[in-house]
Design a protein around this ligand. Sequence first.
Ligand code: NAP
Length: 342
Amino acid sequence: MNENLRIAVVGATGVVGREVVSTLFDREVSAEQLTLLASERSAGEELDYGEETLEVEKVSAESFRGMGLVLLATPAEASRSLAHQAQAAGAWVVDVSSAFRADGAVPLVLPGFNSELLETNFKGRVVALPSAVTTALACILEPLRQAFGVAQVQVTAMMGVSSAGNAGVRELEQQTAALLSGRDPESHTFPQRVGFNLVPQVRPFLANSPWTEEEAGWTLECARLFAPRGEVPVVAGTAVQVPTFHGHGLSLQVRLKKPAPVEQARAALKGAPALKVLDSPGEKVYPMPSLVTADPTVHVGRLRSFPQAPEWLTLFATVDNAGRGAALNLVEAGLRLAARPS
Ligand SMILES: NC(=O)c1ccc[n+]([C@@H]2O[C@H](COP(=O)([O-])OP(=O)(O)OC[C@H]3O[C@@H](n4cnc5c(N)ncnc54)[C@H](OP(=O)(O)O)[C@@H]3O)[C@@H](O)[C@H]2O)c1
């Protein structure tokens, strides 16, 4: 990596931003190369960086002067204006929010899936990343597509509260404490109480639609990722906010284009470097959110099919939402973009 490259992480104090900072440390980016930014709420906060401590600064358009790479781990509303400021300052920009995922002029890149897009000429200097659930779906569907073809996917995503950032984590802590001590819990971040409950709504509903932004995002992002492969699976499902902190669980029904015995499907998944197959139910070995934290692979298991419908494959998967599903993608896409000849 170019040691003169200067990198700004915006949203460094968030759930994803903290993972980004620790991933950059693992990639041996030096503290001198880094600038950590957030809103004025956390300006002055200090984050550990190995033996060193880095102070978080309040972001402004001036913050991007001299930066080669800007990693945005901010809410979509903030990303929209920050991305334009950063690219105007001449930096490469990678954004993990939903701000640009539907924008056909902005490449949607999942490192390891379609990284080659980072080498192409595109208008502007901004790259969007898919959501954590789409990241997991693409990692699982691609080896199945290559082996059997994939026609359709039904997914129920059970999403831990860290998907709603620091505020989501705090809200589950406070609601759990309140409920265990007989007090009424308050809901600010989630539309309904999530403590000791399941909420079948993640992010707002689209205008005049029964689908939430989260659910519609999977369909759209999978279509964008798979279209160049000439085979777009129909992806639809339900996003459920569950009272766990980290990691998402995905219950999947996949309709393959040709029947596949479970052993063949398992072999196809085992051959994919982005996946880890945990599938020994007799020994109580299967994917769980508690096992996937800090793991850069997506876990898959509980593989099943019915003799009456041998083209349908049922399975369960987990993904580390903030790490594998966000921070890793940001850092990998960003470092690769920054290595482009200018
Ligand atoms: N959490 C996940 O699992 C996940 C997965 C994939 C994608 N994402 C996306 O990643 C982004 C960050 O999510 P998160 O979970 O890390 O949220 P978070 O914990 O709420 O953190 C948000 C970060 O953005 C900063 N921020 C907020 N408004 C800002 C503004 N106007 N200007 C500059 N900084 C601002 C916050 O700074 P302060 O500390 O100053 O408030 C904080 O550092 C979101 O777009 C989210 O949709 C999240």
